[in-house]
Ligand binder design. Sequence first.
Ligand SMILES: [Zn+2]
Length: 405
Amino acid sequence: MSSGLWRNANLATLAGGPGADLGVIEGGALAVSEGRIAWAGPEAELPAGFNLLPATDCRGGWILPAFVDCHTHLVFAGDRAREFEMRLAGAGYEEIARAGGGILSSVAAVRAASEDELVAASLPRLDALLAGGVGTVEIKSGYGLTIEAELKMLRAARRLGALRPARVVTTWLAAHATPPEYRGRNAAYIGEVAIPGLEAAHREGLVDAVDGFCETIAFSPNELAPLFARARALGLPVKLHAEQLSNSGGAAFAAGFGALSCDHLEHLDAAGIAAMRGAGATAVLLPGAYYTLRETQAPPAAALRAAGVPIAVATDLNPGTSPLASLLLAMNLAATLFRLTVPECLAGVTREAARALGLSADTGTIEAGKSADFTVWQISSPAELVYWIGLVPAHTRIFRGTPAC
Ligand SMILES: [Zn+2]
């Protein structure tokens, strides 16, 4: 475990609650002891002793918490570029499905891939996220849709976390779609695959949370209820893809199970907001999918803000609806398309994203006691991280106190 002092920096600690500012400390320093933040504050007030640590001169750069991508599907095989091309050439949903496209093409590719092949295919996507200042990534299953293929996805996700200086947390999303062999039999699929698979994954230590896709084209709250009840009985938190394409009452349903987060939320209504607020659930906004699908109804950011619901931003990195491997670009999209402010975007990929994963005690802000996961950016102000489209400012990423790139 590493120790050191990062000095001659400006800090944006992001410490505080929803609606807080960036927590700026100009002329700051940050001391790390054995991989954890020991002290952060104005360099002029550095406590005696820390000045003896090996020091790094940040040359006036900005230190922010490492980013947390709290919603990804980055383990998959193949891609859907051909489908994208067909859609641009005028093909409709039916024609794409007949040509073997759609989510079931990802299911077929994942089922056919070995665990090693999944790791090899997914590693460049993880690397792309890390190169944009990310330190923690959530990865979901959901393209296997058999017990064994779902377990294979989560084993691959866990291996990715061991291959790189990053924290990977995993989510059981067997309730992502109904596989062809269960078409029209959602309840049977939940009872025969999603629940026993969850139990097996939990026994193997592969699951940190349980998710579902609540939508008319996927699963209803009634169908998901036995799965969520089993998750809670196993002591696992739940989260939900809710109100993306229509309002199914998913957010209120998930809030009833104490959900960590409800994600997408384009069609969230006032009752859903009130339920989320009551449950302390975080709203995870996913502008990459909104952009790719050319949606026109934005999630109710102003109402979420007014209600004091924490707002996170994530990539939703997936082959079909959000081939987005940059949390920097996700912030720009959230600002431009959803009108989030700069502090909201930056809190959304740090403090609030950590909250959405139940990791607030460990990462997401620059505060003494937390893991020393941070990035030193050579920028003139934190707004640059939201402003650029496709430019990654020069930076050094630190994970658990050790320079990682
Ligand atoms: Zn998703």
